[in-house]
Design a protein around this ligand. Structure first.
Ligand code: NAP
Length: 287
């Protein structure tokens, strides 16, 4: 990594209360690197000049994370696109080279997969129900469709049926999306039969949100994974726990996508001790 004081950061809009600075600044501190990670809330009309300025010699920025609504838009500005990001057609990490050339990666899907593996879940021959067909679902679906050992089925439901249909059609251009079914109704998700239920909607972020799923469909032989990590236990997770299901929030996904992004910037494997400091910073951040 560059020895001079370098800047890294997150672009998106709105950014709200992001935990990424806590995690990445903890890593810089642990590695004794004089660099900083900042939030760059960019409105639509600011994106173009921001990304063009990245290529300037005197820019202090050497790496970025990208969140909604720019994960697809940034691709236009890149000089290189990693093959996986090319298949997913979304980028959440940019590395700025010494020559100021921009390379795009996607660590959301691999981050999710790394956490699932840590939880002991292998998607081979599994039945998977997904709620929501936005950016996060795109990353998740892509890693499942890329796996050599195939799932039995994936059913996906979004409040906007056409959006879910379009997502699967779009991913099918580059990936094997066989046995992925887009559901017209939440009842068609067959949650009662599934081994893994993923909430990739924002429903559950607010206290006032209802749970989308009928409690009686949840069962003890499943993992319920809610991408939301704040609150740490959504109503969905609480309900699933009461039914004996294994549960997880999305903090692990956030952690692993961050570790993988950092590794792209730094071109090193982060030692366990640094990873632990990143994790501790995240856990502290949601307390
Ligand atoms: P997004 O692009 O807005 O996608 C969410 C999707 O859910 C949208 O298509 C939305 O439809 C749909 N939806 C909303 N209400 C629904 C309902 N009642 N039933 C079915 N579908 C519904 O957001 P995202 O970036 O994918 O993020 C989704 C969630 O995952 C957020 O809570 C986000 O914070 C979380 N997330 C976590 C991580 C992590 O690292 N843990 C990473 C990424 C995202 P409309 O667009 O029509 O509303």
């Amino acid at each position: 990594m560059n020895e001079q004081k370098s800047t890294y950061g997150l672009i998106g809009y709105p950014l709200g209360h992001s935990l990424s600075p806590l995690m990445h600044n903890a890593a810089f501190e642990a590695l004794e690197v004089d660099a900083t990670y900042k939030l760059f809330p960019l409105k639509e009309d600011e994106l173009d000049s921001f990304l063009k300025n990245l290529k300037e010699e005197d820019s202090p920025i050497f790496g970025l994370n990208i969140t909604v609504p720019y994960k697809e838009k940034v691709i236009f500005y890149l000089d290189n696109l990693n093959p996986y990001a090319q298949k997913v057609k979304a980028v959440n990490t940019i590395v700025v080279g010494k020559d100021r050339k921009l390379t795009g990666y996607n660590t959301d899907g691999p981050g999710f997969l790394a956490h699932l593996t840590e939880l002991g879940f292998d998607s081979k021959s599994k039945r998977i129900s997904i709620l929501g067909a936005g950016g996060a679902a795109r990353a998740i679906l892509s890693v499942f469709c890329m796996a050599e050992e195939k799932f039995e089925w994936i059913k996906i439901y979004d409040i906007d049926y056409d959006k879910a249909k379009a997502l699967v059609l779009d991913l099918s251009e580059n990936l094997n999306c066989q046995n992925v079914e887009v559901c017209q109704s939440i009842d068609d998700l067959n949650i009662e039969l599934s081994d893994l239920l993923i909430n990739a909607t924002p429903i559950g972020l607010k206290d006032s949100d209802d749970v989308l799923v009928e409690p009686d469909l949840l069962h003890a032989n499943m993992l319920v994974y809610d991408l939301i990590y704040n609150p740490a236990e959504t109503k969905l997770l609480k309900m699933a726990k009461e039914k004996g299901a294994k549960v997880s929030n999305g903090l692990g996904m956030l952690f692993y996508q961050g570790v993988l992004a950092f590794q792209h910037w730094a071109e090193i494997d982060l030692p366990e001790i640094v990873r632990n400091k990143m994790k501790a910073a995240l856990e502290q951040g949601i307390k």
